[in-house]
Write a protein that binds this ligand. Sequence first.
Ligand SMILES: [Fe+2]
Length: 187
Amino acid sequence: METLDRFIEDVTNLVGRIDDEHEITREVSALLSRLLAGGYRLPPEVTRPSKDRHVTYPLYIAPDDSWSLASVVWNMGQRTPVHGHEMWGVVGVYSGAEQEVRYVKPLPSETGRALTPAGEQVWERGQVTVCCTTDDDVHAVVAIGDEPTIGIHVYGGNIGTMSRRSYDPATGAVHWFVSGWDSPVAD
Ligand SMILES: [Fe+2]
């Protein structure tokens, strides 16, 4: 059985040795696929949905903020705004399913124009996707299906404290936000 400690050690080594975001995300995807296929189980306190909005629980934050690992939980039907990450990211579906709606990341010169859709895809349990590189990181996520959606997310920075963009896709208007981290919920 794959363990989270081993996964954290492996990702720490990758992040220390590789600079290229495309190479890191390819390697992290392979590790995350192996973790999910190996029957890893999250602690229950980081799997609980909130009735108000999707929640992001920390699983690991590198001491130098070079990367972070999160359990992200949506209750049925919850959705994110259209948002960016400003860093690389890899997402694995731990349970449930999500619909990802992608957009082309606007260039600075395109600010104030409607976003260009870049396709939609459904991701199901056990699947892993590269959600982001710094130049291609804009999407919205909708929890679909009849059980909460839980993802294990790996990011190339501290995703809870980093300032990042959300977008109005109709106008291209940008709003900067910091998502924060949610506290695990014991019984
Ligand atoms: Fe996202």
